[in-house]
Design a protein around this ligand. Structure first.
Ligand code: FAD
Length: 317
């Protein structure tokens, strides 16, 4: 491909790691062609340097007040205009809440092909994506035309930064009009310090934690490991924690390096959100619990005994 455009994402002032992974994917797709990136929103231009270090030759910065918070209209209009201006062969976004929402809108408006939730790239290019709640993988390719791709966080490794590489920064004047919605306030529900969808380590609690206070040992282990804390829907439904922590078919899909499931039975709907984790550890007092079928390591025992022991051991490291 001659040119690949990455739509980078900034959250709470931080460049999301999936944007660097998208640049790595773009580099593979471009195969020696040009990789460019775009930053949307006020004060996002400061991240152009990092994008340059990871392979973007040009970074377009749409520093527009209407892009300060995500709204489908403002983002779709801006990305559509960027694609018309930059004229890339492919556009890559993270398969995040924003990417999932905006990519189909833009693809439909411009009549582009879209392959979503990609977890791997093969020669061709062939795009690999999980289907049937992660039970099988589908391989897809485009026949012709411009394409859009969203990549699942934590699956395609970001390249290492090369500080000798720099990007040319180009301001981009987006024309945003007729907004049907504006964001007045953002109220965050996630409790942890680490973003669940990009976390390398996740400690998840299920109905086995028995109460909101039952999450405390999990929080302590997470603190020691620098992990995010997630939950099964069972725990959310029982009001032990907020739904923003839910992992699974109707919650977040995660692919951490390490997933520690505590007091989670392993229902198919939960597995849909975490079974592609690289290493799965299950702690459950029922040796027949289905979670052990997907676990790399299983600990049969009471989580209120096992988790504090793990915390104490990891503290020593
Ligand atoms: P349970 O199934 O009750 O399991 C609790 C486990 O804790 C048991 O295995 C028990 O042995 C163990 N345990 C109890 N005490 C201890 C202890 N002291 N120490 C160690 N282990 C202990 N679920 C999701 O998670 N995510 C989803 O996105 C999701 N989407 C759904 C969508 C639909 C349409 C439907 C129908 C269901 C969905 N569910 C989802 C619900 C799912 O089917 C299960 O009901 C849910 O995952 C069960 O949660 P759980 O494993 O925490 O609870």
């Amino acid at each position: 491909m001659k040119k690949v455009l990455v739509i980078a994402e900034v959250r709470d002032g931080q460049l999301r790691n999936v944007s660097l992974e998208a640049l790595a994917a773009a580099g593979t797709l471009a195969a020696g062609g040009e990789v460019v990136a775009a930053l949307l929103g006020p004060d996002t231009g400061k991240h152009a340097e990092a994008l340059g270090h990871h392979g973007a030759g040009t970074v377009y910065v749409a520093d527009h007040a209407d892009l300060a918070q995500y709204t489908p209209d403002a983002y779709a209009q801006t990305i559509k205009q960027l694609i018309e201006f930059v004229n890339p062969d492919a556009v890559v976004l993270g398969h995040t809440a924003i990417g999932r929402d905006v990519a189909p809108r833009v693809a439909a408006r411009l009549g582009l092909g879209l392959i979503s939730d990609v977890t791997g790239l093969e020669d061709g290019p062939v795009f690999v994506r999980p289907i049937y709640a992660g039970k099988a993988f589908q391989k897809r390719r485009f026949q012709d035309g411009k394409i859009m791709v969203t990549i699942r966080p934590n699956n395609i490794a970001a390249g290492s930064a090369d500080t000798a590489k720099t990007a040319t920064v180009v301001p981009f004047e987006a024309e945003i009009k007729d907004l049907r919605s504006i964001v007045r306030e953002v109220v965050r529900k996630t409790s942890g310090k680490v973003d669940l969808s990009e976390a390398k380590v996740i400690i998840a609690g299920g109905r086995g934690v028995k109460s909101a206070e039952g999450f405390q040992p999990l929080n302590e282990l997470a603190e020691v490991l620098g992990a995010a804390v997630g939950a099964s829907r069972g725990a959310c439904d029982a009001d032990y924690c907020d739904y923003s922590m839910q992992i699974g078919q109707t919650g977040k899909v995660v692919t951490p390096d390490l997933y520690i499931a505590c007091g989670i039975s392993g229902a198919i709907q939960h597995l849909a959100g975490m079974s592609n984790s690289k290493v799965i550890v299950a702690i459950n007092k029922d040796p027949e619990a289905p979670i052990f079928q997907v676990a790399d390591y299983g600990i049969v025992g009471d989580l209120f005994e096992v988790v504090p022991l793990l915390t104490a051991e990891f503290k020593k490291v």
